[in-house]
Design a binder for this molecule. Structure first.
Ligand code: DGY
Length: 326
């Protein structure tokens, strides 16, 4: 019997590449950079399944070119804003993602970014490496305290909740805003539900954990940044376009807010000449919040299993559109 044809758009852990190639006819894109659009569109013709990344645009054009035999789209990420879910559902194609396994790792990374920004760790580390450290000085590299601060979380999902748990250990007051009030979580942790404006006005730290959709695009823009405290720190580990980058640059430059720590940017990667890169109070890392060995291994495993389950019309372990799961 012919094996199902699959396309994997980047290398994942070798064990899971082997698992896929044992169970399919595998076309693996091994380059570090994503396949260019025209190459991707050529490669999807006639495939039964695709394992893709958030850097691959999976839209109706691609699904049409792939053909009606396409049985599964397996994303190695929890977020799926690069995939047109409605189009996939219309075609009865289940879309897999990798939630849960990355929740704690991403929450840890949120705290790493926050602490580094609050205490100017990357900036002062550069200072030492550049040979500029001449003496201890009472006024050098003053930062912001995190303990006992008011910690505002936007998006109280799985990751937001894990970030909040960690804030308890720092004696923070936690306030949150979400489109859905989470009374179930309020019973477990001292979380206060507030509206967005109240959160922006009162928080010393604001951490973003929303999905990206039409409602959250530029959720943090000039108006919102103007409401924030001048000692506040904005952390974004959600998606770059949730923040208006130009407005953020102006707010950081004019010291309307104190610092930002970004795991994600708009666009990604951030262009080398982007003015945000010139600011000492803007810490930027290349979308690495889920990048621990253990978590990326688990993400590789789930996405590989979702792919092979899907091409065999078996139920995906984690499915974004369960109404069309097998
Ligand atoms: C995701 O999973 O959506 C992250 O952005 C990458 O791990």
């Amino acid at each position: 019997m012919n094996k199902p044809k699959v396309l994997v758009t980047r290398n994942i852990f070798p064990e899971w590449i082997n698992y896929i190639s044992d169970n399919s006819e595998l076309d693996l894109w091994e380059d570090e950079l994503p396949p260019p659009r025209d190459v991707l569109l050529k490669k999807v013709k006639g495939i039964d399944g695709i394992l893709c990344l958030l850097t691959d645009k999976i839209d109706s054009e691609l699904m049409d070119i792939a053909g009606p035999q396409l049985k599964v789209i397996s994303q190695i990420a929890v977020g799926f804003d690069n995939i047109n879910i409605n189009e996939a559902t219309k075609r009865k194609i289940p879309v897999g993602n990798t939630p849960d396994v990355l929740t704690s790792t991403t929450a840890d990374a949120t705290w790493s970014l926050l602490m580094a920004a609050a205490r100017r760790i990357t900036e002062s580390e550069r200072f030492v490496h550049q040979g500029k450290w001449k003496t201890w000085h009472p006024l050098h590299f003053l930062g912001q305290d995190i303990y006992k601060s008011t910690f505002g979380i936007i998006g109280m999902g799985r990751i937001g909740y894990e970030v909040a748990k960690r804030a308890i250990g720092f004696d923070c007051k936690i306030i949150y805003y979400d489109v859905n009030r989470r009374k179930d979580l309020e019973e477990k942790l001292p979380l206060e539900y507030v509206d967005l404006k109240t959160l922006l006005i009162n928080s010393d730290i604001i951490s973003l954990h929303t999905v990206l959709n039409d409602d959250t695009y530029h959720l943090i823009g000039e108006k919102e940044l103007n409401l924030m405290k001048d000692n506040s720190i904005l952390v974004n580990v959600s998606r770059g376009p949730v923040v208006d980058s130009k407005a953020l640059y102006n707010a950081l430059l004019d010291k309307k807010i104190w610092a930002a720590a970004l795991d994600v940017t708009d666009p990604e990667p951030i262009p080398n000449d982007d003015p945000l890169l010139k600011l000492d109070n803007c810490l930027i890392v290349p979308h690495i919040a889920s990048a621990s060995y253990k978590t990326r291994y688990e993400m590789s495993k789930i996405s590989a299993e979702n792919l092979i389950n899907g091409v065999n019309k078996k139920s995906l372990i984690t499915c974004v559109n369960p109404e069309v799961n097998y």
